[in-house]
Write a protein that binds this ligand. Structure first.
Ligand code: ADP
Ligand code: MG
Length: 762
């Protein structure tokens, strides 16, 4: 204040006192005081309305006002100007009351010195300035805080609120002042805040924390700053706090919590699947292990976490696994079959699918593995393969059987004919011939057995509803096929019945479905459907193998790789496979065909490269099925009809010729198809029927038959063959062959067939 005059309004009616004061102030050298004396309160009021003073010296006993009232009026007019009461009455009560009303000081005349007066005035002015400054800064602070969600407050050493600004909604300043946290919020919240604030009081260092506070049932989140509140001597008086409402920000946090919860839920879902799901980081350490993995491998999640996946599940690291890892990390995916070890040391086979998991920035961070236990499925497949291996043996055997037939047929016929040729032979010769016939027949039966096994024809024929079979197969597939393949069925409710062997038809479906699976290494969908189908004349004419009548059609379709035109013709061949050694035998489809043909049905295939394949299996419905059983009919003699015998085996030519001639037929012999056509062309009017082996050199039987039919559409033909499983069999039936005779046949069978053919009852 040095260098600046103090402007003082002196309100004093006693001129002696005025003079005294002026004298006192003259002694003070540090400051210049401009003293403006007035005698009446009204005068003072007038001055205050016009001028600004630094301080007012006020006598309470004036001509126009007395006592405390003088101060109240002057203070009202003076506003912020500090007032020092200067009075002759040493009245303590009045002094206290004046101070309570806002007086800066209370001085008694006669006790005042110049220094005291100046010090009091200085102090009053300084305090006033400080108050003004504080008021201004508070004002600025208030403006700054207005509308901002910052709640600021001070608390004393007992953590009672001493000053509060901008309280959170739901609380008023009055509700908070003088209270402690426990009085205004739930115990838990208060406990937390009190702990933080006590900490600040104790260590004297500020803290910042995120806290949640529930006020009147609403929970909000705050960023709370607590600082120690100190006096000038740095002693801690309490805390000063600012808490910023961050509930909006917190909501986004909470969102993250929801997401985490969802992940936990998904993890729980993952636990429901029986697949073993494992996630390992790029150091091969297991970081996720679901319930399925616990069940499959026997290791609890707590045991698996942090372990090296290879060490846990494999005997030793193999190049195979290294390669898989390399592909998973470079291509993002790997899938294949792996043999893994359980906790108990048991080996299990799993279909394993690996997927690289990347961070949001696209950086690889983990590998997700889904393992499906296919140990049982492999057993099932092994059984299938075993069955198919049996088939292949059968196919080989049938080839040998064919040759054996050609050997046995003349022996059997000879054994039957000799007793007729030599009716007078002795008992012993008869007996020998009997033994010969019995054993030849036994041999023939054995060969027949081998053949029927190869063809799969020896099955129980019972009336079946295939809907049940399809449902059963679909169930097995769902349990054993990779989950990447969707399996569905679409079966007509009142599907017609078929007559068949359920085990064999089961195998047909399984073979087709296994092929479909193999055609979809990356997954896809497999549909088994079944419908009724009435095949008409037109259809039958277009499709060699189909006959007029009711059928059921089962379709197995996949969305796999498809079959190229080049190999489509070959897929039914035994041993034809495009699969790796050990994966395919090439017998699946030939077995299917063998079984379906033996059921009187046929198979069609539709395929488009890259988009999938449909196999359609047609089986005659039960209605209208008849079986020809030649042995039930009595043998009959011929009436001199000429029969053309076509066979490349001389032994068969001869025995057939003898058999027929013995039974009153005439015969012509042809060694092959060309000769047969030549003989028929020359003798078409004389020849009543043709006995044609369809396995012929140079020109095959089928072509020969078609040619004969061209020469004479009404030609009567009996086809013969030892190879029932030959694909041409049904084709032969379809081209209009009247009867089919399986080698070896008895003389009786031959005669019955001839009788049927000649009488036209085919
Ligand atoms: P295998 O399955 O042992 O190879 P199959 O007789 O079952 O023998 O099938 C022969 C071949 O036919 C297969 O190797 C394959 O090339 C082809 N094939 C069969 N079914 C399908 C299909 N659904 N999709 C694509 N190709 C198929
Ligand atoms: Mg197959």
């Amino acid at each position: 204040m040095a260098g600046k005059n103090i402007k003082v309004l002196l309100v004093e009616d006693n001129p002696g006192d005025v003079f005294l004061l002026q004298e006192f102030l003259k002694e003070v050298t540090t400051v210049v005081v401009d003293l403006i004396p007035v005698e009446q309160l009204s005068e003072a009021i007038n001055y205050l309305a016009k001028e600004i003073f630094d301080v007012i010296l006020l006598d309470l006993s004036l001509p126009d006002s007395q006592g405390l009232e003088t101060f109240v009026i002057a203070h009202h007019q003076a506003k912020a100007t500090p007032i020092i009461v200067l009075t002759g009455i040493n009245d303590e009560t009045l002094a206290i009351r004046a101070m309570q009303e806002g007086a800066q000081d209370y001085l008694v005349k006669g006790q005042v010195t110049g220094d005291l007066l100046v010090r009091s005035m200085r102090y009053a002015i300084e305090r006033q300035r400080a108050d003004d400054a504080l008021r201004h800064s508070e004002e600025r602070f208030r403006v700054a805080l207005k509308n901002s969600p910052i709640f600021v407050y001070n608390q004393d050493m007992e953590l009672r609120y001493t000053w509060v600004y901008n309280p959170p909604s739901g609380l008023t300043v009055e509700e908070i002042l003088g209270k402690q946290d426990l009085d205004i919020m739930p115990g838990e919240d208060a406990q937390r805040l009190t702990t933080i604030k006590r900490g600040v009081l104790t260590i004297g260092i500020g803290m910042r924390e995120e806290v949640s506070i529930t006020i009147k049932d609403t929970t909000r989140y705050y960023d709370l700053t607590v600082e120690p509140l100190r006096n000038e001597s740095q002693a801690i008086l309490g805390v000063t706090c600012a808490s910023i409402d961050i509930s909006e920000r917190q909501a986004a946090l909470r969102e993250r919590k929801l997401a985490e919860e969802k992940i936990r839920e998904q993890a729980a879902l993952l636990d429901v699947t029986t697949d073993a799901i494992c996630v390992r980081d790029l150091n091969n350490q297991i970081i996720f292990w679901n319930k399925g993995a616990e069940t499959l491998y026997g290791w609890k999640a707590t045991e698996a976490w942090g372990k090296n996946a290879t060490e846990l599940l494999f005997d030793e690291p193999s190049p195979e696994i290294e390669a898989a890892l390399l592909q998973a990390t470079s291509k993002g995916k790997w899938q294949g079959e792996l043999t893994k070890l359980t906790k108990m040391g048991k080996e299990i086979l799993v279909a394993s699918r690996w997927t690289l998991v990347c961070s949001e920035q696209g950086k690889p961070k983990a590998i997700l593995t889904v393992d499906t236990d296919i140990t049982d499925k492999k057993h099932l497949e092994a059984q299938l393969f075993r069955a198919q291996r049996l088939e292949s043996i059968g196919t080989l055997a049938s080839g040998i059987a064919h040759d054996l037939n050609n050997i046995l047929t003349p022996i059997l016929a000879g054994a039957q004919l000799l007793p007729l040729k030599f009716p007078d032979a002795d008992e012993r010769t008869h007996h020998l011939l009997e033994i010969l016939e019995i054993n030849a027949r036994r041999g023939a039966d054995l060969v027949k057995q081998v053949l029927s096994f190869a063809r799969g024809v020896e099955g129980k024929r019972i009336t079946l509803q295939l809907r049940h079979l399809i449902v059963e197969v679909a169930k097995i597939l769902k349990e054993t096929f990779p989950r990447s393949i969707q399996i569905s069925t679409d079966v007509l409710q009142d599907l017609w019945m078929v007559s068949g062997d359920s085990t064999q038809l089961h195998q047909v479906l399984m073979n087709l479905c296994v092929n479909a699976r193999d055609a979809m290494p990356n997954g896809g969908s497999l549909i088994i459907s079944a419908e009724n189908l009435l095949i008409d004349e037109n259809y039958a004419r277009m499709n060699l193998e189909a006959k007029e009548g009711p059928y059921i059609a089962i379709t197995v379709s996949d969305t796999g790789v498809g079959i190229s035109k080049e190999i489509l013709d070959r897929i039914f061949e035994p041993f034809f496979t495009t699969k790796d050694v050990g994966k395919g035998t090439g017998l699946g489809l030939s077995t299917v065909l063998g079984i379906i043909k033996s059921h009187g049905g046929f198979v069609n295939v539709y395929s488009e490269l890259g988009s999938g394949t449909s196999f359609k299996v047609y089986l005659p419905a039960v209605e209208g099925m008849e079986t020809i059983t030649p042995e039930e009919l009595p043998p009959q003699m011929g009436h001199g009809e000429l029969i053309l015998i076509v066979d490349d085996e001389v032994a068969i030519q001869e025995i057939t010729k003898t058999s027929l001639e013995t039974h009153n037929y005439k015969t012509l012999i042809a060694n092959d198809g060309i000769e047969a056509i030549a003989l028929y062309a020359q003798n078409r009017d004389k020849i009543s029927a043709v006995l044609m082996d369809i396995m012929l050199p140079s020109l095959d039987g089928l072509t020969a038959i078609r040619t004969l039919q061209k020469i004479n559409p009404k030609v009567r033909i009996i086809a013969t063959s030892g190879l029932m499983s030959d694909n041409k069999l049904s084709t032969v039936a379809a081209v209009g062959v009247n009867t089919f005779l399986v080698k070896p046949y008895t003389v009786n069978e031959l005669l019955v067939s001839l009788q049927k053919v000649l009488s036209g009852a085919n």
